[in-house]
Ligand binder design. Structure first.
Ligand SMILES: Nc1ncnc2c1ncn2[C@@H]1O[C@H](COP(=O)(O)OP(=O)(O)O)[C@@H](O)[C@H]1O
Ligand code: SF4
Ligand SMILES: [Mg+2]
Length: 321
């Protein structure tokens, strides 16, 4: 199957701590040589601790932040090099559902405007046609079209996230980034939204990158899993294989820390001892070395190689080099 989205050696550095005259600014490497691909209609779960760079990967793919290096290919075409006109024409094919429905919906706009906006801007659809399309997508996400002229604050958190999903789907995207879409919601509502995301994929047939710090959620929802640590993807594997045969010591520790996979219980990944190195001062060798129970001498000196351990299963670790 051909990938709908592919990143090649994606890098994002932020300038931080800018001093007077910009002289003392330092660089924080949030994303470090990330190469991933998502096939048509498939789901890749991107999991990692807070601060590991997950959102920045999603934002770079959608050009919400400009990457420092690397490529983002949409159906083989580098969107980073696209002229504004060309990019606008593919924009509706690439969408995002944000973590916090509270802050990602404009409080002064009605549902009709919020959800219809992408279609109006990108395809010039207006009037009754627009209303018809908005009503249809609202129905798909489980909201009554009688809500068209209400404002975001009149809805619950879960309903607001449904509005965010409707806005993302109305243009018929081929690829959607869901960035922790349930982590700001009550536990009881999380499951409903996760199930909605899965169900809608059958109808709309989008591929998606599902970002979460919660391994149980990612397990519930993904076909393949990628584990991110300190700006890098350290392991990628099909879901079943990942849980039955994790290779990276970080993955093993993560899985051990979630004894019963329960998507409806909140889990965090900050369960390991040891310090995560600073992304402003990345270590020479493996970033996991200060926390790894199997660390060897070379781990501190040499970056781990990427090794293919099985079909579709890759790990960055000296144990397999
Ligand atoms: N706009 C920004 N300016 C400076 N640093 C940032 C910015 N956005 C993210 N970062 C830093 O980049 C790293 C990765 O952040 P992020 O992608 O948000 O991680 P995650 O989504 O996994 O929690 C963190 O160290 C974070 O502090
Ligand atoms: S490369 Fe070394 S330190 Fe890093 S995860 Fe593998 S064994 Fe541990
Ligand atoms: Mg994030």
């Amino acid at each position: 199957m051909s990938p709908v989205i592919e990143t090649q050696n994606l890098v994002k550095e932020f300038k931080v701590g800018q001093g007077f005259w910009g002289s003392s600014s330092r660089k924080l490497r949030a994303v470090d040589q990330v190469s991933l691909q998502v096939d048509s209609g498939e789901t890749l779960g991107l999991v990692g601790e807070s601060g590991s760079g997950k959102s920045t990967v999603g934002n770079c793919i959608l050009r919400l932040v400009p990457p420092t290096g690397g490529k983002v290919l949409f159906r083989g075409e580098n969107i980073l090099g696209m002229k504004e006109n060309r990019f606008r024409s593919v924009l509706g094919k690439l969408q995002m559902v944000f973590q916090d429905p509270q802050s990602s919906l404009d409080p002064r706009m009605t549902v009709r405007k919020i959800v219809g906006y992408p279609l109006k801007i990108q395809q010039g659809i207006q009037g009754r046609d627009l209303t018809r399309r908005v009503s249809a997508v609202l129905q798909d996400v489980g909201l009554d079209s009688g809500h068209l002229d209400r404002y975001p604050h009149e809805f619950s958190g879960g309903q607001r996230q449904r509005i965010g999903i409707a806005r993302a789907l109305i243009t018929g995207p081929e690829f959607v980034v869901f960035d922790e879409p349930t982590s700001a919601l009550d536990v009881s509502v999380q499951a409903q939204i996760l199930n909605l995301v899965v169900r809608l994929q059958e109808k709309y047939n989008y591929a998606y990158l599902f970002i979460s710090h919660d391994l149980a959620v990612v397990r519930h929802i993904s076909r393949r899993i990628a584990v991110m640590y300190l700006g890098r993807i350290v392991e990628t594997a099909p879901k079943e294989r990942f849980f039955s045969n994790p290779c990276h010591p970080y993955s093993t520790a993560l899985i051990a820390s979630v004894p019963r996979p329960d998507p409806f219980r909140r889990q965090t990944l900050s369960v390991l001892g040891g310090d995560v190195p600073s992304p402003m001062d990345l270590p020479k060798g493996c970033g996991f070395a200060p926390r790894c129970g199997r660390v060897m001498e070379q781990c501190r000196e040499v970056p781990p190689p990427r090794v293919r351990v099985a079909e579709d299963h890759w790990v960055d670790c000296h144990l397999y080099g």
